[in-house]
Design a protein around this ligand. Structure first.
Ligand SMILES: C[S@@+](CC[C@H](N)C(=O)[O-])C[C@H]1O[C@@H](n2cnc3c(N)ncnc32)[C@H](O)[C@@H]1O
Length: 472
């Protein structure tokens, strides 16, 4: 290189390592189908980021993924090509920039400059012009201004407005709206309108707040006081729950490290407690968890059993192994079977209590999975339906006469909750739905029953659904 060339070439700045890690994680999620939480934890460890750097990176990754659809609507107005024609890696850089400019307290000059530097190092000098120009356009308006100039008017199309203002796909908002209105498919207007079911906006806002870590003290092995001594505060309704208010790694707590306590959303605790406390006459020593992996509810159920045996079924070997680990500290002769819950290897009517916590879309846990809302599709819900019905059918057949079944989902989508229960009970004459609300003592706003739907905005839990069915 001649002296002149060397002098003319300005020293290239290195990209900010924290933003670079955030970019790499977002790429893993959007391009490779990775899970944000897993990818982020690994990336933070590998890059040895901690403290404020880790917090900044986490907010940047989670926020960018959570608000992706909203930012895309704004970005579409700043580029001349349709967004799908942009290189996906360029689009991710623009989303990361939009999040810093619109939703984080980052100096706007620094945000644009850092994203241009990142673009140069990751994607080449040629792309920096577009990133610079688009992010400067984004920076010309505040988030509220972008929403009011991009979203439909709330008085004309409220759900369309909320989709942009609260970053949820329209089909998800429509499903939540139906569920909040009581889950009926009839008499519920779809399409554009100016009203929604009560609580819809609060629910969407709650979905955008990362949840606090909730712990469960497994009964007989640990108690809430021990978790409180370790810095947690008692949960609102679960007598076994405690919340880590200031965050922190739950693994540092001895009871968690030894399996005497675990990490478990309070809603998950409440549905397991509800099944364990339903009235059952006669024998009560055989319980079945038909869809057990990774085993959080198995562990709570097994710990709640006075005496007897829990059988936990899970088709995926690695998840069955997690169930074993979750059960390791619980005394008793509990069993983990690797198998398909729709093809029972046990005689009909073997169990006194059965949990069918079926695979579902997970739309009730959007708080903890930033990317999930944009990844899930209505087709996922449709495709899961036959398996959900088959598992509930199998759960009822596995219960003895007089025994109970809890049908549980971590989705409030009416096609995964009431529609499944109605379809299966409509085909059988040996099972009836019971009012489950009394099994949630002290928990307010449980609706008209007989089933129970918990909500992030009302209960601070995941949106867990439970229907209690008795075999007759
Ligand atoms: C919602 S998760 C259960 C969560 C679990 N109850 C807990 O609290 O940790 C559903 C589980 O069902 C499993 N599953 C999928 N197909 C199944 C089948 N045919 N029979 C039984 N379980 C199945 C999935 O692998 C997944 O682990």
């Amino acid at each position: 290189m001649s002296d002149r060339n060397a002098r003319n070439r300005a020293p290239q700045r290195r990209p900010d390592p924290v933003r670079r890690v955030a970019y790499q994680v977002v790429r893993q999620v959007t391009a490779e189908g990775g899970y944000a939480n897993l990818a982020l934890n690994k990336a933070l460890r590998d890059a040895r980021l901690g403290g404020r750097d880790a917090a900044f990176c986490t907010e940047l990754v989670h926020g960018t993924l959570r608000w992706q659809g909203t930012y895309d609507a704004f970005l579409a107005r700043c580029v001349s090509r349709p967004l799908p024609d942009l290189d996906p890696e360029l689009l991710d850089v623009l989303r990361l920039g939009a999040h810093q400019l619109l939703n984080m307290r980052v100096d706007s000059y620094a945000a644009v400059d850092e994203m241009v530097t990142l673009t140069r190092s990751e994607l080449g000098q040629k792309r920096t012009g577009l990133v610079n120009a688009v992010l400067r356009k984004i920076n010309q308006r505040s988030l509220d201004q972008w929403i009011s100039t991009t979203a439909p008017r709330p008085n004309e199309d409220l759900l369309g407005y909320l989709g942009i203002a609260e970053a949820h796909p329209r089909w998800v908002i429509e499903a939540f709206d139906r569920a909040l209105a009581g889950g009926s498919t009839r008499e519920h207007a779809s399409g554009e309108r100016a009203v929604s079911a009560p609580g819809l906006e609060d629910l969407l806002v709650a979905d955008n707040e990362p949840p606090r870590v909730t712990l469960v003290a497994r009964p007989g092995l640990a108690d809430v006081d021990e978790l409180v001594d370790a810095g947690a505060v008692p949960a609102r309704w679960s007598p076994y729950g405690a919340v880590l208010d200031g965050g922190g790694d739950p693994g540092r707590i001895g009871a968690v490290a030894t399996g005497r306590a675990g990490v478990q959303d309070e809603g998950s605790q409440l549905v397991a407690i509800a099944l364990a406390s339903a009235k059952v006459d006669g024998d009560d020593a055989n319980w079945l968890d038909l869809c057990a992996g990774p085993g959080g509810k198995s562990a709570l159920l097994a710990a709640l059993m006075e005496d007897g045996q829990l059988t936990a079924v899970e088709p995926l070997k690695h998840r069955a192994e997690l169930v074993r680990q979750n059960l390791r500290a619980i005394p008793g002769n509990h069993k983990v079977l690797v198998g398909d819950g729709t093809k029972p290897t046990w005689p009909e009517g073997s169990f006194d209590r059965v949990l069918a916590d079926v695979p579902c879309s997970g739309l009730g846990a959007l708080r903890r999975r930033p990317e999930a809302r944009w990844r899930r599709t209505p087709e996922d819900v449709e495709e899961l339906r036959p398996l959900q019905e088959a598992l509930l059918d199998s759960a009822i057949t596995s219960a003895r006469p007089g025994g109970v079944v809890a049908y549980v989902t971590c989705s409030p989508h009416p096609d995964e909750t009431r529609a499944v229960v109605d379809a299966v009970l409509g085909r059988r004459d040996d099972a009836t739905l019971e009012d489950a609300r009394a099994l949630f003592p002290g928990v307010p706003e449980l609706g008209d029953g007989p089933d129970v739907q918990l909500w992030p905005h009302l209960h601070g839990t995941d949106a867990m659904y439970l229907a209690l069915i008795r075999r007759s």
